[in-house]
Design a protein. Structure first.
Length: 309
């Protein structure tokens, strides 16, 4: 049996950190054309801290492009319909963030039908067979369903990491039960209704007893006899909303079959492009300290890049 440590593959939920920068950094920063660039500045700082601290060799940055074209919208048109469309100023910055990753030699994942979570899930599953463990850089609770064995999730801003063993203390259920749990409780952030009247404690207790949503629905006649407050009414709701629970499980389950492009290189960091990075720094009006850090972080000669050709 091979007990050698698995190679870490860092999988970054880019949208989380772009949105966080967009909301937390004043829009005092502008690019060369006068558009706000605060989110790109914040995202660049995040990338720098990650690269400088971890020096990842294998990494992929996943972006959301399936804003209203995700396969989940076809299943349930109201999926994420509660969210305001991203303003043009933010969409523009997402493009800059993707360009920055490419200039730094960081593999980018994006697809019009699959969300960043699906791309992360597909990458982590695909690479397990090649001896990798996932390090999911995100605070998103949905992603915990992907954790097995030595995989980790890392809330970068809070400096907290956990494995599958840490999920019950955080979410009340096992990592492999997260999708079923969210199917029962719903997820207001994504406009997923769940089963009306089934709250977090009830959902956790039901899964603790039945293990899976499928087993729960197949043995729903046992629910009224559980030592659970409101057991009879919970059973009635589960019978009435059985189809909705199954639909919600389709929405809350992260897909692991999303197209990843050419992953034969196992998402190894590529060679940074000095010319493109310099042009992007100019376009985004990055200061000299940020420019030097970016060049140094990916092994480029900053001084040489400042010499006119």
């Amino acid at each position: 049996m091979n007990d050698a440590p698995r190679t870490p593959l860092y999988l970054v939920d880019a949208s989380l950190y772009v949105f966080r920068a967009w909301h937390s950094i004043p829009d005092d920063f502008q690019d060369a054309e006068g558009w706000p660039s605060n989110a790109v500045h914040g995202f660049a700082r995040f990338l720098l801290e990650l690269i400088e601290r971890e020096k990842p060799r294998h990494i992929a940055i996943a972006f959301d492009e399936a804003l209203d074209s995700c396969f989940r919208n076809a299943l349930y048109p109201a999926y994420k319909a509660n969210r305001e469309p991203a303003p043009d100023a933010l969409k523009r910055q997402f493009g800059h963030c993707k360009a920055l990753c490419s200039a730094l030699g960081l593999p980018v994942l994006a697809d019009v039908q699959y969300e960043a979570d699906d791309l992360i899930g597909s990458a982590i599953v695909a690479m397990r067979g090649h001896g990798y463990r996932g390090v999911i850089v995100s605070a998103d609770k949905d992603l915990s369903q992907l954790l097995v064995d030595s995989d980790e999730q890392w809330d970068f801003a809070r400096g907290v990491r956990w494995t599958a063993d840490g999920v019950p203390a955080r979410q009340g259920v096992l990592a492999r039960q997260v999708a079923d749990y969210l199917a029962l409780t719903g997820d207001a952030v994504d406009n997923i209704p769940g089963v009306p009247g089934i709250g977090a404690k009830t959902a956790a207790a039901l899964l603790g007893h039945f293990d899976t949503l499928d087993a729960l629905l197949a043995r729903v006649e046992e629910v009224p006899f559980l030592r659970l407050r409101g057991a009879a009414s919970a059973a009635a709701r589960l019978r009435e909303h059985r189809a909705q629970a199954l639909l919600c499980r389709q929405l809350t389950t992260i897909a692991v079959d999303a197209p990843l492009g050419d992953s034969s290189g196992h998402f190894v960091r590529g060679q940074a492009d000095a010319a493109n990075l310099q042009a992007l720094c100019d376009r985004l009006r990055f200061g000299p300290m940020t420019r030097r850090r970016l060049f140094d972080a990916v092994g480029l000669d900053f001084a040489a890049s400042q010499v006119p050709s």
